[in-house]
Design a protein around this ligand. Structure first.
Ligand SMILES: [Zn+2]
Length: 148
């Protein structure tokens, strides 16, 4: 058994340094991604010590900067399905809908169904578990995972 099983936490966050869009001084940007019932929400806030400006925003899907910050701070994760349960077609239907993999394609890559941000993968796993699947989200922090 390698890797870490995700805990019950419901989100991830990251703080990065950026330039204040108003005065160009160094500013801190705080990103957060969290689960909200059946979807994932993103939010960000910028605070500048130079001019004191503050900005907040939220969005449905993380933009490139937000995703990169979350991955850098929390690691890249992989979703592995260990069983499709008693009625595989129900799980396969969700996989098709969510990821676009046809059943044969999905079956061939269950061990590494999706890769990326933990909060998003955990939501997907929850949807699959609801249909009878079992699986886990593991952190890909091992360089060995990338060596192929
Ligand atoms: Zn500023």
């Amino acid at each position: 058994m390698t890797g870490v099983t995700a805990g019950p936490r419901d989100g991830e966050d990251a703080t990065v340094a950026e330039q204040c869009p108003r005065c160009s001084a160094p500013a801190r940007v705080y990103y957060r991604v969290f689960r909200r019932e059946t979807d994932v929400r993103w939010s960000g806030s910028l605070r500048c010590d130079g001019c004191g400006c503050m900005m907040e925003w939220d969005f449905d899907a993380g933009d490139e900067a937000a995703r990169a910050a979350i991955l850098a701070a929390n690691g890249r994760w992989v979703l592995a399905v260990t069983s499709l349960g008693r009625v595989p077609i129900r799980v396969l239907r969700v996989i098709w809908h969510e990821l676009g993999f046809k059943p044969a394609e999905a079956r061939a890559r269950l061990e590494r169904l999706a890769c990326g941000i933990r909060t998003e993968l955990e939501l997907l796993l929850a949807k699959l578990v609801e249909e009878g699947a079992t699986g886990e989200c593991r952190r890909l922090d091992d360089a060995a995972e990338f060596r192929q």
